[in-house]
Design a protein. Structure first.
Length: 159
């Protein structure tokens, strides 16, 4: 079974889940974007979140952006009708000045719609990781706090 088939199978089983989110985890250049676009060709809508969110946030002064980021994110996602949402380029969610919790935001939004999101990072030792330790954008989540399926592209398996 290829990656897209695994994701489609997971999507079909999300209907009764509290969080209807799937994370595709991999480093830059691992194929996350190609996978999302391929699935969007079959069903759903591809969303370049980094581009859409940065355009929305430019409407506000820098000092207001942390207060407006969540509302802007919801406005973007609510404007899209065709599910699942295939969300790519989420790096802006990790920007320290926005003071967001990217995983919590994605989980919350997935209560209202199916989401497949590309997570630029890795899954190792039962932890979901973004950036390297010591980096200002570094985030780590233990397996118990994740609560959604993770497709680890490095290992080609579902966690």
């Amino acid at each position: 079974m290829d990656i897209e088939e695994k994701i489609m199978g997971l999507l079909n089983n999300l209907d009764n889940s509290y969080y209807r989110l799937i994370l595709i985890v991999g480093a830059g250049g691992s194929g996350k974007t190609d996978i999302l676009k391929s699935i969007a060709d079959q069903c759903g809508t591809y969303v370049n979140l980094g581009l859409a969110l940065s355009e929305k946030l430019l409407e506000y002064p820098i000092e207001e952006r942390a207060y407006k980021a969540t509302d802007c994110l919801r406005e973007i996602l609510n404007s899209i009708e065709k599910e699942p949402l295939l969300i790519d380029n989420i790096e802006l969610l990790f920007a320290p000045h926005l003071k967001l919790n990217p995983l919590s935001l994605l989980k919350h939004e997935s209560r209202y719609r199916k989401i497949v999101a590309a997570w630029p990072g890795r899954f190792e030792n039962d932890k979901l990781i973004y950036a390297e330790y010591g980096h200002p954008e570094y985030k780590t989540y233990g397996k118990n706090g994740i609560e959604v399926p993770i497709l680890d592209l490095e290992r080609r398996q579902i966690q």
